[in-house]
Write a protein that binds this ligand. Sequence first.
Ligand code: F6P
Length: 527
Amino acid sequence: MAAWKNLDTLEAWKKIAADEKRVNIKEALTGEAGAERMKSYKVPMAAGMTYYYGAKAVDDELLEKLCALAKEAELTEKYKELYEGAVINTGEKRLVLHQLTRGQLGADVIADGVNKREFYVRQQERIAEFAKKVHAGEITNAAGEKFTTVVQIGIGGSDLGPRALYMALENWAKSNHTLKMNARFISNVDPDDALQVLSEIDVAHSIFVLVSKSGTTLETLTNESFVKDAIEKAGLNPSDHMIAVTSETSPLAKNSGYLAAFFMDDYIGGRYSSTSAVGGAVLSLAFGPEIFARILNGAAEADALSKNENPMENAAMLDALIGVYERNILDMRSTAVLPYSQALSRFPAHLQQLDMESNGKSVNRFGEPVSYQTGPVIFGEPGTNGQHSFYQLLHQGTTIVPLQFVGFVENQFDQDVVIEGSTSQKKLAANVAAQIVAFACGKDDENRNKYFEGGRPSSIIIGRKLTPEALGALLAHFENKVMFQGFLWNLNSFDQEGVQLGKLLAKRVLAHNTDGALKVLSDLFEI
Ligand code: F6P
């Protein structure tokens, strides 16, 4: 059994903290040595992608210390315990099994008398069968017509990941003629969200996927009623148009008002659920089960690579270690995720939940306060859009934000134009390369206003093309990075008590049970 210890009690960490030497990125990236460093500071990832970290504030000496930290923190052993079914989620006393939705990494996990890998695969098969019948016109609306649109109703992990994945592959699927159904998403309890989606779809030809692991989420249940009302107003029967994805123990599982129900379980956290039935239903309906299976394959390959105990060959582990160094030694408080791929426009929002809901904690896994910083603030936008917005602060602001770039050699549509001697894709790539060097090396100028200090660290993940496999690999890379960081900080990365208080107070407002500031504030919204 691995020993769960606070980061600041580890000898390897004490050595890192005692070392006052800092790597000067600007110097490190200068000249021939800089070129060599850029070439060699890399780790192969799944789906043919590569993680480049030459523009990070690390050198061989520090990397060696980080490797010693990984060993002493027993990251590989903890990962093994996790995928073999230990109760890693101490707060909720649950297993953490999302990797089992895409592969078997170790011994069989039997929980509640069930082989969990078999359970997840069975759900995938049931979804695949259902999706194929919908595509073949064997499951239709009451008029016998094919469904053309799938609408996911869910929030948080039941929305962000699946939505980010759908958006990431929509153009790829169009280009490869595998887009079977358009997908739309309703998440916010703001009535305008549901109304907008409903105004843009043809309800009679739409199938709605109600997704809630708990089956109790206010937003999702409200939106379900909203949608059912719209279906009824269109003269249709809601149960002909709705399927549910939930856990077998949730109140939704007992509801017979759905065309079909697919299951995940309490061992898969909401933000880790994209590869379970939560993402499986909408993505299999939209793209076909074969494409969903390809996403799972990419994720499974990344999960397997994450087993490597050598961080120099394990991109997720190295990314995690460098992130902790930046957070706790260099005191960098946020991280920007900057995909140079429009298809990944919602990916930063997914990573925001993944990272901040997992590691935004002040107590360790035993409930004791920690005396060091934990998860950073995550934000991001696709490039080049972000360049024309918040990059000003990133380049010249008083705070240094580590940057996580993602880029691809090819775009998703097999189509581009040459304007002024280069394709748009080349321009995109030129921009990301330029940004990395500009952030790292800066620029001297006598005019302080035009001076760039440099020394802004970044890494980049580069792939050939954003395919289903690459997407699955990216998803799992970040899940595993967050997991390793949680291990290093000795946190329980798999509960989210911090979202409960606001929910409780909102219930009081709705029950007119308020006083003080809460009453004043809620009264401001009275019409
Ligand atoms: O409020 C936070 C949260 O519990 C997330 O962790 C989760 O992804 C989301 O709500 C939705 O939960 P559910 O799938 O149970 O509706």
